[in-house]
Design a protein around this ligand. Structure first.
Ligand code: IMP
Ligand code: MG
Length: 338
């Protein structure tokens, strides 16, 4: 079993919004610069979609953590759910692209997503909730009902089972985002796992080991799936549609057009405070700059700024005054790196 004393530090990347905040970009940049011994996923399954650039080439993953691109052990944690067939397909894809997939490991306690879970999701939840149809909630439900199937008992996953040992420096890669969390999200429109960073401790370390908490967001909000907080009319808004097109706001996993709205600053502040984020990364600022659409909501007030610099200064000012634990705020316009 894991001896937590052998872990020197843990950095965490989490989403501060509704997923799709460029966590993949941030994690892969940290992996390249840092000296991590492990890269771990702590929650969710192949409902996630990470876009990763390695040597200018674009890769898409759904369940495998991005350490595999840099020969770092990549752990799918006990809080994750795995669809064996999709996992093996992803392994095949990585192998064919020249990556050493022996670095990928799955917790023996992660749960298996079965065809019945997927059927349940497609037949009962997709039309009302707008799920990703990956069987996520049914799998977590069976886990809680003690009817679940563990990855350690699934023959096709045997060679990938993790010995549950962590040591050195650990990077945890979040999936989904703060407002999709099972407890904090807009129930029942949220996902079924703990997306907030404290969930990462399920990998086997105490909260005291956490060093940096990177919180990812975009300069505008997006939502894939149904949510009364993101009414369908947003899809018909001609101004917001410009952001959908220029920002390429289509789901990596589902291909669906995402609903776009102006940044909700109060929600962002709450997510920073509750997640414990110490380093904020605001991505895709070039999209609003190019369109010269410089707006954000603070409560019900819609602020409009004359220049991008003014908007940026205002965001920095509000974060600094309300979130004293934030050490660093970075604005990024690159799809590849920060
Ligand atoms: P589920 O996780 O497939 O059950 O979907 C529940 C809700 O979370 C739906 O609104 C999905 O669109 C949303 N969701 C789940 N995973 C992601 C993600 O990785 N990015 C964005 N939205 C997601
Ligand atoms: Mg994504």
């Amino acid at each position: 079993m894991n001896n937590a004393n052998n872990i020197s530090c843990v950095d965490i990347v989490c989403g501060l919004a509704w997923g799709d905040e460029a966590k993949g970009k941030i994690t892969s940049e940290l992996v390249q610069k840092g000296t991590y011994d492990f890269v771990c996923r702590w929650a969710g399954g192949n409902n996630a979609g990470h876009t990763i650039y390695v040597d200018e080439k674009r890769y898409k993953t759904h369940i495998v953590p991005c350490g595999v691109f840099h020969n770092i052990p990549s752990i799918i944690g006990p809080g994750c759910v795995v669809h064996p067939e999709s996992f093996i397909q992803e392994i095949q894809y990585l192998y064919e692209n020249g990556f050493d997939t022996s670095y990928v490991k799955i917790s023996p306690r992660a749960h298996v997503i079965t065809e019945q879970h997927i059927q349940y999701d497609c037949n009962n939840l997709y039309s009302s909730i707008g799920t990703t149809r990956k069987g996520i909630s049914a799998c977590y439900a069976d886990k809680a009902l003690k009817k679940g199937q563990l990855c350690k008992d699934e023959p096709s996953l045997q060679e990938f089972i993790w010995d549950e040992i962590l040591f050195g420096a650990v990077l945890c890669e979040g999936a989904q985002g703060f407002w999709l969390d099972l407890d904090k999200g807009n129930y029942p429109y949220n996902t079924s796992s703990t997306t907030i960073p404290y969930g990462a401790c399920s990998l086997g370390f105490p909260p005291q080991k956490i060093r940096h908490l990177y919180g990812a967001t975009k300069i505008y909000d997006t939502r894939s799936g149904n949510d009364p907080d993101f009414p369908e009319q947003l899809l018909d808004d001609l101004t917001l549609s410009k952001i959908v097109f220029l920002g390429k706001e289509y789901g990596v996993t589902t291909g669906r057009k995402r609903k776009v709205n102006w940044m909700n600053l109060n929600k962002l502040i709450h997510a920073i405070q509750v997640s414990g984020t110490t380093r904020v990364i605001v991505s895709k600022v070039d999209i609003l700059q190019q369109l010269n659409l410089l707006k954000l909501y603070e409560g019900k007030i819609l602020h409009t700024f004359d220049t991008y610099e003014q908007m940026k200064s205002y965001i920095i000012y509000v974060i600094r005054s309300k979130c004293p634990m934030v050490e660093k705020i970075t604005f990024s316009s690159s799809p590849h790196n920060i």
